[in-house]
Ligand binder design. Sequence first.
Ligand code: DGL
Length: 265
Amino acid sequence: MSRAIGVFDSGVGGLTVVKELIHQLPRENIVYFGDTARVPYGIKSQETIVRFSIENILFLLKQEVKLICVACNTVSSIALPVIRNHFKVPLVGVISPGAREAVYATKNKRIGVIGTKATIASKAYESEIKAISPDIKVVSCACPLFVPFVEEGWINERAVFDVAKRYLQPLKVASVDTIILGCTHYPLLKTVIKKVMGGGVTLIDSAKQVATEVKQILNREELLEFNPGPRRDFYVSDGPAWFSGLAKRFLGHSVKKVTKVSLNV
Ligand code: DGL
């Protein structure tokens, strides 16, 4: 049986990564798990995020996936460094690809990072950027209200603009020319963020780079597949109808079947 790429996120946001995986690897099977019963992760402790992440990985391993893409910035920054070496399956997070791309993009050596409270507190992006180029100035800020706005479908409303203006003020003051969208929901707010920051700012959405890294690993490990009718399975821990309603916004097309599972691990 051909093995799938496993992808997980705390909820629906990881579908922005699935969209890019489908684009770059259209013949691969994909199994997605969204932990919708326990979202949001971004305000939880490291201990809890690590435990949830291990349970999600064990669920995907039961589906016999060949690689796991951690399509959540919070998990990638908080849990991945702790658990990475405990699994044989390749685990691909979103932090390094996004940081590399931002270092490549910045001209004035000033990068802004936005994400959940947990991601920003971890300083994961900052450490990764500094490891590549120590002289880059990094200004980070948490934007916790962005996630509920996106899930409500408020993408272009005045209220979002006002909140974004307030959150992004330190990045404007620091004159960053590049911003890492360090949360899987934020690519949907690109228009508002551009409006606040001005057209000259480059927005980095790690999804593209993550999908490229997945492709490179599968190629190197000789695990690439070319299924004529690739399988796309979506699992959630709660609210399958809510998930499929939102899926279209993140994925660009609707998801017919979403299965609710309980993680008995
Ligand atoms: N998916 C999470 C991330 O990328 C955002 C939602 C959450 O807080 O769980 O950080």
